[in-house]
Structure formats: structure tokens, C-alpha cells
Design a protein around this ligand. Sequence first.
Ligand SMILES: C[S@@+](CC[C@H](N)C(=O)[O-])C[C@H]1O[C@@H](n2cnc3c(N)ncnc32)[C@H](O)[C@@H]1O
Length: 383
Amino acid sequence: MIEYMLGKLIAQARQSVTLQKDGDLSAALGGYELVFEALRSYEELGYGQETQEIQRLVLDAQPSPEMTLYLHALILFHRRRYHAAEEAIGAALLLAPGMPLLQTLQARVRTSLGDLSGALAAYERAQELAPTSGGTREALFMLAAEQEMPGEDYYFWLQRFHELLRPASYVEVGLGHGRSLALAGPETRAVGIDPFQGVWERLNYVCPHGQATLFPLTSDDFFAQHDLREVIGTETFDLAFIDGLHLFEQALKDFINLERYAGKNSVILIHDCLPIAPIVAERERCTGFWTGDVWRIIPCLKTFRPDLQIVTIPTKPSGLAVVTGLDPESAALSENYQAIVDYYLGLKLPESAADRFRLLNVRRDDWDGIIAKYARRQGKGHR
Ligand SMILES: C[S@@+](CC[C@H](N)C(=O)[O-])C[C@H]1O[C@@H](n2cnc3c(N)ncnc32)[C@H](O)[C@@H]1O
């Protein structure tokens, strides 16, 4: 399976090289980002030589020294070698100081290094050079997320849930390129649901500890056609992650459908519950970095399900809500579904961080300790 995925990544890298040669740089760069991001996980699995060959293929195809240095820096950035990445961009900027691409990457690297004022200066320079560039605006969102949610990103916390909870079963709605699903551990029966990405041919990551079962269906179709208990082989799931269609009414439906299979110690995680600004939380997507209005589920659950425990981890880029105390018998949401949706669609996301944090139950807690407590409730030690 790993060889199959690496073969797919080679093909993706070659396709991006062709796009670049044909003059579609923005599509090519999008492809390179996905490939380099995925390669880090294969490097960690011990496939260093193979990943280097793919990186070399891209570097060798570059038409100028500054583009070679740019892509070298991008590779280092995705390998989390931030200081080395900054050096490479510095060298590229000496060759091409007026290339906004370089300034934007410099800003991303500085953001990761925690140099937020340096990052802002690089964004401002990129903005001057390319006032209409979408890339600069997107990178600014990342800077805002770093400012509001310093520390580890949501993949880190998903991994901690897997390591500490060691769920026997894990259900993920919304797979993207498969990076979050790949975090499931060896003791976990993982299930992935996604109408577009629910087949291995579409994913970039493997589950290194054993394959997950994929369903190329919308979550609604999955729950209409399957009994989750038969799929996971147990009465209840241990951990679920909602990260599918980024609309409140769908996230709520996913929650209702999952809760029917919850035990008293099951945990549901919901992504994108802490948008950095109203513009990324519009229902109609108008930014690359987009959370949609999933956040509405938090005030909704707080009001209609006061029996639940709901907290949001302020983890970049858009928060991760943790819901426990689940009750498969509760009909409070399903019986009032349409009225609830109609009401909460009228709610406005507060502009101020303090108001958003309060509304969305954000807590900067000892999350390791809390997850360990969930694990003890489920009768588990850690891996
Ligand atoms: C943001 S991506 C998921 C990212 C992934 N969980 C991660 O963290 O790496 C959202 C995914 O939801 C999927 N999706 C959209 N509508 C859906 C639906 N109705 N049911 C399930 N998945 C859906 C999309 O195809 C997309 O792959």
C-alpha cells in the first residue's frame, strides 16, 4: 500500500511539473504543496530515499535558481526544518527580491518559527508586490490563527487522542487527503466516510497500522444505508471526528447520527468550531482557508443539550471541539432539528476574540490530562 501511495505521489509531482512547464504555476504549486506535505509522513515511516527522489524530480525540473531555492525551502518547511527553510528563502530573495511568492513563504516560515512581527513584515512586502494576490491573504489568515491559537495544530491533538485513548473504533466523516485518518493506531478499527475522497485512489496518506474501511458516500447516505454497529463490530464507537461538509446543519446531522451509536464514554470531536474571523466562516466559500459555519453547533448544543460536556481546544487553524457525556437515547436535537437550524442560522459570529472564545466554550486547559481522564473512563492506559 505504501509503495502504491508513493507511486501516486510521483505521478502527482510529474503532473505538477507538466502544469508548471505549461505556464499554470498556481496549479503546479498547489500540487507541490500537497505532495511535499504528504511526503513528510512517508519520511517518518522510513521511506527517506523514496521521498528524496520525488523531491529531486521537482527540484531538477525548475527553470531558474530562485525557483529551485523556493521549492527547496518549501520542502524544508513541510519537513518542519524551519530555520533551514528561512536560510533557503533568504538566498532566493537575494536573487529575486521582487518575487512575492518568496515573501509569502518567508512569512509562513516565520509564523512557524513564532516570529510573528517578522512574518507580518514579510506579508506586507508580499502585499506591496502583489496587491491582488490571494496567496498573501490566505497566509495572513494563518498568521491570525497563530496569534489567536499559539501552540500545536489540530493534527497534533488528534494524534494525542489516538495515543491516549487508543480507541477500539474510530469513525471519521470527511477525509480530505487522508491525513487525519492516518493517525489511527494499531488497536483501532477505523472507518472513513467521504463521497469524493472515500477511496484509496483519491487519498495521499496510508494508515500505517492497518487499513481503514472506506465508504465513498455522503455521511447522510452512509447512516441511511449502514448500521455503524455492524461496520465496527461493537455496539458503540470510542472516538469520532466530524470534518465533512462545513455547514452547520450538516455538522448537526452528523452529530445526531453518530450519537445514536455512542456509549456513555464515547468522545466526538468536531473540527472548525473556532473560526478566526467572520469572513472565513461564511456559508458560501469565499476564501481558500474556510471553516464554514460549523461553529454554530457549539451554542446550539450548549442550549439544547445542557446534559453534554462541550469544550473547544484553541488549536490552529480553526479549533477542535470535544463533546462527551453523549446519550444515544436523546431526541432533543432530532425532534427539533428544523426549528433549531432555522434559529441558529440567524446567529452572528462575534468579531472580538474574547466574545468568540466565550460563545464557543474555548478552554486553554491541560488537554493531555483531560484526554487521559477520558481514557481512564474508557478503561484504557496509554500506548
Ligand atoms: C476539510 S476536508 C477533511 C480533512 C481531513 N479530515 C483532515 O483533517 O485531514 C473535508 C472533507 O469532507 C468531505 N465531504 C463533503 N461533504 C461531505 C458529506 N456530505 N459527507 C461526508 N464527507 C463530506 C469532502 O469531500 C472533504 O474531503
